[in-house]
Design a protein around this ligand. Structure first.
Ligand code: SF4
Ligand code: SF4
Length: 312
């Protein structure tokens, strides 16, 4: 099969498996990013970077993840909800966390995609990744022509915005690659100005140690005072730098049943959140991304948000 036909077939399979977009790039070395990471690591002390540091060589060289790799296939899955959680919930959760754990959903969809490609082409070498520090997902998605990394550091699809999960497949197939996405942020700086804690102090670079998302999701340390002050009822993640992005004006609701919130979650009030027990937390969040953060982190965030003005 010719590279172009191969590329079209893979994209058709991705669509048939439920992905919203698919692009392809040659699996070249990302060695040009090494100075960026060196500088980044020298400035950051967050624990979450340990995994990134440990896996830097794999991140820069996909052949260390899959010997004989020829191509990178990136897929996008929209998670933009039909509507935000009800106001009576009082506390705000990042949109990506409303439904079932995206890692599981996307892995299953990519498994199906691989099975279908194998059914067409026979044996192939392939490895898939979701949210893995071993793969520079946003860099690859841009190289696969699916958008650009905006000044808020997120991947922005030119027609559909940034409320997407990214999945990456490494393969020894050689379909025709796409043209890399071009930056369209231009002179816009809305995300930088909107960030309440200055975590985007330099365009295209996030300071995790300042970011509400990092502190409310990743960090198991007590929340710093400046984070508590700026929670504004956000108890799991922060979407501000996406909400203000003009590229998200035309975001469409997702089509994934598993991303719908649990009806019990929609029925929660602020008091219900404050009174959460470990058992109730399990009932509400088991199988979601929030469950990974755990009960104690959630309660730490709720107490902190409450201390700074969340009222019934
Ligand atoms: S997620 Fe929130 S805190 Fe983090 S950079 Fe974006 S706006 Fe700032
Ligand atoms: S808000 Fe503006 S600068 Fe920020 S990512 Fe969106 S387009 Fe780029």
């Amino acid at each position: 099969m010719q590279p172009r036909e191969l590329s079209e077939t893979i994209k058709a399979v991705a669509r048939a498996c439920g992905f919203d977009a698919c692009g392809i790039a040659r699996a070249e070395s990302l060695e040009y990013l090494r100075p960026f990471y060196r500088e980044y690591f020298s400035q950051q002390r967050e624990q979450s970077l340990t995994y990134l540091k440990t896996n830097l060589e794999k991140r820069l060289n996909p052949a260390l993840l899959l010997p004989g790799v020829q191509s990178v296939i990136a897929v996008l899955l929209n998670y933009y909800p039909r509507e935000p959680l009800p106001e009576k919930n009082q506390f705000i959760l990042s949109r990506y966390s409303y439904g079932s754990d995206y890692h599981v959903i996307i892995k299953n969809m990519m498994r199906e995609m691989v099975l279908r490609i194998k059914a067409i082409y026979g044996a192939l070498e392939v490895r898939s990744f979701v949210d893995s520090g071993m793969v520079a997902e946003k860099v690859w998605a841009q190289r696969c022509g699916l958008g650009w990394q905006g000044k808020n550091t997120l991947l922005i699809h030119p027609r559909a915005g940034s409320f997407f999960f990214i999945g990456i497949l490494l393969t020894d197939l050689s379909p025709e690659p796409d043209e890399a996405g071009k930056d369209h942020c231009g002179s816009c700086d809305l995300c930088i100005r909107a960030c309440p804690v200055g975590a985007l102090d330099s365009p295209y670079q996030l300071q995790p140690g300042l970011c509400l998302s990092y502190h409310t999701i990743e960090s198991d340390q007590p929340l710093p005072e400046f984070i508590k002050e700026h929670l504004s009822q956000r108890v799991y993640g922060c979407d501000i730098c996406q909400e203000v992005c003009p590229c998200n004006r035309f975001s469409q609701p997702h089509r994934v049943a598993g991303f719908e919130p649990n009806p019990k979650l929609k029925a929660m009030t602020g008091k219900d959140f404050r009174d959460l027990t470990p058992e109730r937390f399990e009932e509400l969040f088991k199988g979601t991304a929030i469950y990974r953060a755990g009960y104690h982190r959630m309660m730490r965030n709720i107490r902190a948000a409450e201390g700074y003005g969340a009222m019934d």
